[in-house]
Design a binder for this molecule. Structure first.
Ligand code: PGA
Length: 256
Protein backbone atom coordinates (compact mmCIF):
# COMPACT_ATOMS: atom_id res chain seq x y z
CA UNK A 1 0.00 0.00 0.00
CA UNK A 2 1.32 3.40 -0.96
CA UNK A 3 0.68 6.13 1.59
CA UNK A 4 -0.95 9.11 -0.10
CA UNK A 5 0.92 12.40 -0.06
CA UNK A 6 -0.06 16.02 -0.45
CA UNK A 7 2.85 18.40 -0.88
CA UNK A 8 2.64 22.19 -0.76
CA UNK A 9 4.97 24.11 -3.03
CA UNK A 10 4.89 27.69 -1.80
CA UNK A 11 7.30 28.76 -4.56
CA UNK A 12 8.68 32.33 -4.13
CA UNK A 13 5.84 33.42 -1.88
CA UNK A 14 5.58 34.35 1.81
CA UNK A 15 7.88 36.46 3.95
CA UNK A 16 9.10 34.76 7.11
CA UNK A 17 6.26 36.26 9.15
CA UNK A 18 3.67 35.25 6.54
CA UNK A 19 5.14 31.75 6.49
CA UNK A 20 4.83 31.58 10.27
CA UNK A 21 1.18 32.54 10.16
CA UNK A 22 0.34 30.15 7.32
CA UNK A 23 2.10 27.17 8.81
CA UNK A 24 0.64 27.75 12.25
CA UNK A 25 -2.89 27.44 10.84
CA UNK A 26 -1.98 24.37 8.79
CA UNK A 27 -0.18 22.72 11.68
CA UNK A 28 -3.13 23.18 14.03
CA UNK A 29 -5.47 21.36 11.67
CA UNK A 30 -3.23 18.76 10.12
CA UNK A 31 -0.49 17.72 12.51
CA UNK A 32 -2.56 14.92 14.06
CA UNK A 33 -4.02 13.61 10.81
CA UNK A 34 -2.83 10.10 10.03
CA UNK A 35 -2.64 7.84 6.96
CA UNK A 36 -1.48 10.60 4.67
CA UNK A 37 1.88 12.33 4.31
CA UNK A 38 1.75 16.12 4.48
CA UNK A 39 4.73 17.98 3.12
CA UNK A 40 5.38 21.72 3.08
CA UNK A 41 8.03 23.25 0.85
CA UNK A 42 8.54 26.86 1.95
CA UNK A 43 11.20 29.22 0.61
CA UNK A 44 14.69 28.44 1.98
CA UNK A 45 14.68 31.51 4.18
CA UNK A 46 11.66 30.25 6.12
CA UNK A 47 12.74 26.62 6.50
CA UNK A 48 14.20 26.95 10.00
CA UNK A 49 11.19 28.87 11.31
CA UNK A 50 8.65 26.52 9.74
CA UNK A 51 10.64 23.57 11.06
CA UNK A 52 10.49 24.89 14.64
CA UNK A 53 6.73 25.32 14.34
CA UNK A 54 6.05 21.85 12.92
CA UNK A 55 8.65 19.54 14.45
CA UNK A 56 6.25 18.28 17.15
CA UNK A 57 3.70 16.96 14.66
CA UNK A 58 3.53 14.77 11.58
CA UNK A 59 4.05 17.48 8.94
CA UNK A 60 7.35 17.07 7.11
CA UNK A 61 9.29 19.66 5.17
CA UNK A 62 10.75 19.78 1.72
CA UNK A 63 13.02 22.24 -0.06
CA UNK A 64 12.15 23.70 -3.44
CA UNK A 65 15.63 23.29 -4.83
CA UNK A 66 19.13 22.07 -3.94
CA UNK A 67 22.65 22.25 -5.35
CA UNK A 68 24.50 19.07 -6.23
CA UNK A 69 27.68 19.63 -4.23
CA UNK A 70 28.06 19.03 -0.52
CA UNK A 71 29.91 22.27 0.29
CA UNK A 72 32.43 24.73 -1.07
CA UNK A 73 32.79 27.90 -3.11
CA UNK A 74 29.34 28.04 -4.73
CA UNK A 75 28.08 31.47 -3.71
CA UNK A 76 24.38 31.58 -3.10
CA UNK A 77 23.73 27.84 -3.26
CA UNK A 78 22.27 25.48 -0.64
CA UNK A 79 23.59 21.95 -0.31
CA UNK A 80 21.73 18.72 0.50
CA UNK A 81 23.79 18.44 3.68
CA UNK A 82 22.43 21.78 4.90
CA UNK A 83 18.88 20.75 4.11
CA UNK A 84 19.00 17.51 6.06
CA UNK A 85 18.66 19.49 9.32
CA UNK A 86 15.13 20.51 8.33
CA UNK A 87 13.93 18.56 5.32
CA UNK A 88 13.01 15.05 4.40
CA UNK A 89 12.20 15.92 0.78
CA UNK A 90 13.40 18.15 -2.03
CA UNK A 91 11.62 19.16 -5.23
CA UNK A 92 13.88 18.56 -8.22
CA UNK A 93 13.31 19.30 -11.90
CA UNK A 94 10.31 21.58 -11.48
CA UNK A 95 9.38 23.03 -14.87
CA UNK A 96 9.94 26.57 -13.58
CA UNK A 97 13.53 25.67 -12.78
CA UNK A 98 14.01 23.99 -16.15
CA UNK A 99 12.50 27.01 -17.91
CA UNK A 100 13.76 30.08 -15.99
CA UNK A 101 17.01 28.76 -14.56
CA UNK A 102 18.14 26.63 -17.48
CA UNK A 103 18.30 23.42 -15.49
CA UNK A 104 19.36 20.75 -17.90
CA UNK A 105 18.66 17.04 -17.69
CA UNK A 106 22.26 16.52 -16.65
CA UNK A 107 21.96 18.97 -13.74
CA UNK A 108 18.72 17.35 -12.64
CA UNK A 109 20.37 13.93 -12.67
CA UNK A 110 23.24 15.25 -10.51
CA UNK A 111 20.80 16.81 -8.04
CA UNK A 112 18.88 13.54 -7.72
CA UNK A 113 22.07 11.57 -7.13
CA UNK A 114 23.45 13.88 -4.46
CA UNK A 115 20.10 14.21 -2.70
CA UNK A 116 19.66 10.44 -2.53
CA UNK A 117 23.18 10.08 -1.16
CA UNK A 118 22.15 12.33 1.74
CA UNK A 119 18.87 10.43 2.19
CA UNK A 120 16.95 13.47 1.09
CA UNK A 121 13.98 12.17 -0.90
CA UNK A 122 13.59 13.81 -4.30
CA UNK A 123 10.17 14.79 -5.57
CA UNK A 124 11.11 14.60 -9.24
CA UNK A 125 8.85 16.65 -11.51
CA UNK A 126 8.22 15.75 -15.13
CA UNK A 127 5.73 17.16 -17.58
CA UNK A 128 5.13 18.26 -21.15
CA UNK A 129 4.46 21.67 -22.67
CA UNK A 130 1.22 22.58 -24.41
CA UNK A 131 2.80 22.13 -27.86
CA UNK A 132 4.19 18.74 -26.91
CA UNK A 133 0.83 17.74 -25.54
CA UNK A 134 -1.03 18.86 -28.64
CA UNK A 135 1.44 17.04 -30.87
CA UNK A 136 0.67 13.81 -28.98
CA UNK A 137 4.17 13.62 -27.53
CA UNK A 138 3.36 13.57 -23.81
CA UNK A 139 4.55 10.02 -23.18
CA UNK A 140 7.72 10.43 -25.18
CA UNK A 141 8.63 13.63 -23.30
CA UNK A 142 7.95 12.37 -19.78
CA UNK A 143 9.67 9.03 -20.46
CA UNK A 144 12.76 10.93 -21.66
CA UNK A 145 12.76 13.22 -18.62
CA UNK A 146 12.39 10.26 -16.28
CA UNK A 147 15.12 8.20 -17.90
CA UNK A 148 17.66 11.02 -17.95
CA UNK A 149 16.90 12.08 -14.37
CA UNK A 150 17.49 8.53 -13.12
CA UNK A 151 20.43 7.65 -15.36
CA UNK A 152 23.06 5.65 -13.50
CA UNK A 153 21.01 5.42 -10.31
CA UNK A 154 20.75 1.87 -8.98
CA UNK A 155 17.49 1.82 -7.09
CA UNK A 156 15.91 5.13 -6.16
CA UNK A 157 14.53 4.02 -2.81
CA UNK A 158 12.05 6.58 -1.53
CA UNK A 159 11.87 8.51 -4.79
CA UNK A 160 8.63 10.40 -5.43
CA UNK A 161 7.48 11.51 -8.85
CA UNK A 162 5.19 14.38 -9.74
CA UNK A 163 3.54 14.55 -13.13
CA UNK A 164 2.97 18.23 -13.81
CA UNK A 165 1.85 19.17 -17.31
CA UNK A 166 3.42 22.60 -17.84
CA UNK A 167 0.24 23.98 -19.40
CA UNK A 168 -1.65 23.20 -16.20
CA UNK A 169 0.71 24.91 -13.75
CA UNK A 170 -0.63 28.12 -12.30
CA UNK A 171 -3.02 28.51 -15.23
CA UNK A 172 -6.24 27.31 -13.65
CA UNK A 173 -6.36 24.78 -16.52
CA UNK A 174 -5.88 21.35 -14.94
CA UNK A 175 -5.63 18.09 -16.84
CA UNK A 176 -8.62 15.79 -16.41
CA UNK A 177 -8.34 13.08 -13.79
CA UNK A 178 -8.39 10.47 -16.53
CA UNK A 179 -5.63 12.13 -18.56
CA UNK A 180 -3.44 12.45 -15.48
CA UNK A 181 -4.15 8.86 -14.44
CA UNK A 182 -3.15 7.56 -17.85
CA UNK A 183 0.18 9.39 -17.92
CA UNK A 184 0.92 8.45 -14.32
CA UNK A 185 0.18 4.79 -15.09
CA UNK A 186 2.59 5.11 -18.00
CA UNK A 187 5.28 6.56 -15.70
CA UNK A 188 4.78 3.64 -13.31
CA UNK A 189 5.30 1.18 -16.16
CA UNK A 190 8.48 3.05 -17.04
CA UNK A 191 9.75 2.58 -13.50
CA UNK A 192 9.04 -1.13 -13.93
CA UNK A 193 11.10 -1.18 -17.12
CA UNK A 194 13.96 0.85 -15.61
CA UNK A 195 13.98 -1.11 -12.32
CA UNK A 196 11.42 -3.75 -11.44
CA UNK A 197 7.81 -4.38 -10.47
CA UNK A 198 8.46 -3.74 -6.76
CA UNK A 199 9.94 -0.32 -7.50
CA UNK A 200 6.96 0.47 -9.75
CA UNK A 201 4.46 -0.55 -7.09
CA UNK A 202 6.29 1.38 -4.37
CA UNK A 203 6.96 4.66 -6.12
CA UNK A 204 4.48 7.35 -5.23
CA UNK A 205 3.40 9.48 -8.16
CA UNK A 206 1.64 12.79 -7.56
CA UNK A 207 -0.32 14.97 -9.93
CA UNK A 208 0.41 18.71 -9.99
CA UNK A 209 -1.09 21.60 -11.91
CA UNK A 210 -3.95 23.82 -10.71
CA UNK A 211 -5.09 21.43 -8.00
CA UNK A 212 -7.65 23.12 -5.73
CA UNK A 213 -10.11 22.07 -3.07
CA UNK A 214 -12.78 21.79 -5.77
CA UNK A 215 -10.99 19.36 -8.09
CA UNK A 216 -9.07 17.24 -5.55
CA UNK A 217 -11.59 14.38 -5.77
CA UNK A 218 -11.24 14.14 -9.52
CA UNK A 219 -7.51 13.44 -9.23
CA UNK A 220 -7.22 11.60 -5.97
CA UNK A 221 -9.97 9.11 -6.81
CA UNK A 222 -7.87 7.83 -9.73
CA UNK A 223 -6.11 4.57 -8.89
CA UNK A 224 -2.65 5.51 -10.20
CA UNK A 225 -2.56 8.95 -8.56
CA UNK A 226 -1.06 8.85 -5.06
CA UNK A 227 -1.47 12.49 -4.16
CA UNK A 228 -0.86 16.02 -5.33
CA UNK A 229 1.79 18.70 -5.53
CA UNK A 230 -0.11 21.90 -4.87
CA UNK A 231 1.14 25.39 -5.72
CA UNK A 232 -1.27 28.34 -5.58
CA UNK A 233 -3.92 26.63 -3.46
CA UNK A 234 -1.35 25.69 -0.81
CA UNK A 235 -0.92 29.37 0.08
CA UNK A 236 -4.43 29.47 1.48
CA UNK A 237 -4.52 27.51 4.71
CA UNK A 238 -8.19 26.55 4.48
CA UNK A 239 -7.86 25.27 0.92
CA UNK A 240 -4.76 23.27 1.65
CA UNK A 241 -6.29 21.75 4.79
CA UNK A 242 -9.38 20.80 2.80
CA UNK A 243 -7.29 19.21 0.02
CA UNK A 244 -5.42 17.06 2.56
CA UNK A 245 -8.59 15.99 4.35
CA UNK A 246 -10.40 15.14 1.13
CA UNK A 247 -7.45 13.15 -0.15
CA UNK A 248 -7.20 11.15 3.05
CA UNK A 249 -10.90 10.40 2.98
CA UNK A 250 -10.85 9.19 -0.62
CA UNK A 251 -7.74 7.06 -0.32
CA UNK A 252 -8.93 5.51 2.95
CA UNK A 253 -12.21 4.54 1.33
CA UNK A 254 -10.52 2.97 -1.66
CA UNK A 255 -8.07 1.02 0.48
CA UNK A 256 -10.66 -0.39 2.91
P1 PGA B 1 -0.15 25.22 -9.19
O1 PGA B 1 1.39 24.80 -9.13
O2 PGA B 1 -0.90 24.34 -8.24
O3 PGA B 1 -0.17 26.67 -8.79
O4 PGA B 1 -0.60 25.01 -10.60
C1 PGA B 1 1.76 23.46 -9.02
C2 PGA B 1 3.27 23.33 -9.05
O5 PGA B 1 3.91 24.07 -9.81
O6 PGA B 1 3.86 22.51 -8.34
Amino acid sequence: MRIPMIAANWKMNTTVSEAKKLVTEIHQELSDIKNIDKVICPPFISLATVYELTKEGSIKLGAQNVYFEEKGAYTGEISPLMLTDFCKYVIIGHSERRQYFNETREIINKKIRTSLSFKLMPILCVGESLEENEAGNTEKIVAGQLKSALAGIDYPNGLILAYEPIWAIGTGKSATGEQANKTIGFLRRNINELYNETAAQNVRILYGGSVTDTNTTEFISQPEIDGALVGGASLKAKQFISIVKQAREIKNQTSS
